[in-house]
Write a protein that binds this ligand. Structure first.
Ligand SMILES: [Zn+2]
Length: 210
């Protein structure tokens, strides 16, 4: 590799657009030694703390699948000027309250409750400080802010809440919006969850639901 390219990669910070967009991609993971220390550290923290795909498969009904595409920074259809900082995991059966949502990581519930954009959301901070944001839930299990959770623990059920005042539902199809954030530098920086989710598909739990 040319020296110029090496220098460019090594000087990237977590906030660089290309790092955030390509986060956890096979290419980035293969070339880790060329990343800056800060970028490599966050990649490693996410790799170590992310254990399970957030939506278990159904052991009862194989038609209850999910699907998602890389929609990083696409424009959203709710209010102007905000782009998509996450991945939408869509439900094949567009019915709220059916698909379970589990924690990707061990961690502490650091945010819980209503957000205009995110609806009923959950924010979990992992042991190494990775922030996982789960939005648009239909309902929660018996969890409270400050609780510790284990990877794979049931958090609630997928829904279509958000885009309005508290309790708004049905403004879009049922899905789980997942966000991944770093707080390492003192500011909140989102990275693209798409490639991490692809890799976590090998670690998908099975739950009994139909
Ligand atoms: Zn989304």
């Amino acid at each position: 590799m040319e020296k110029g390219r090496q220098n460019t990669l090594a000087s990237r910070t977590i906030s660089s657009a290309s790092y955030r967009k390509d986060f956890f991609s096979p290419g980035m993971r293969k070339d880790q030694t060329l990343l800056s220390r800060e970028c490599r550290t966050f990649l490693k923290q996410v790799e170590e703390d992310s254990i399970y795909f957030p939506v278990p498969a159904s052991s009862l009904d194989p038609s209850l699948t999910v699907s998602y595409v890389d929609s990083w920074m696409y424009e959203r259809n709710y209010k102007e000027g905000n782009s998509h900082e996450g991945t939408d995991i869509m439900a094949a059966r567009n019915e709220r309250g059916i698909y379970p949502v589990v924690s990707i990581s061990d961690g502490t519930i650091t945010n819980l409750g209503w957000l205009e954009l995110g609806g009923w959301r959950i924010g979990i901070t992992s042991p190494q400080g990775v922030y996982y944001y789960y939005a648009h839930l239909d309902s929660y299990t018996d969890i409270r802010e400050g609780n510790t959770v284990k990877a794979g623990q049931l958090l609630g059920f997928m829904g279509d809440s958000g885009y309005g005042p508290e309790g708004t539902k049905g403004e879009f199809d049922v899905h789980l919006h997942l966000g991944i954030y770093s707080w390492g530098t003192g500011e909140e920086i989102s990275v693209n969850p798409y490639y991490l989710l692809r890799s976590l598909e090998e670690h998908r739990l099975k739950y009994q639901y139909s």
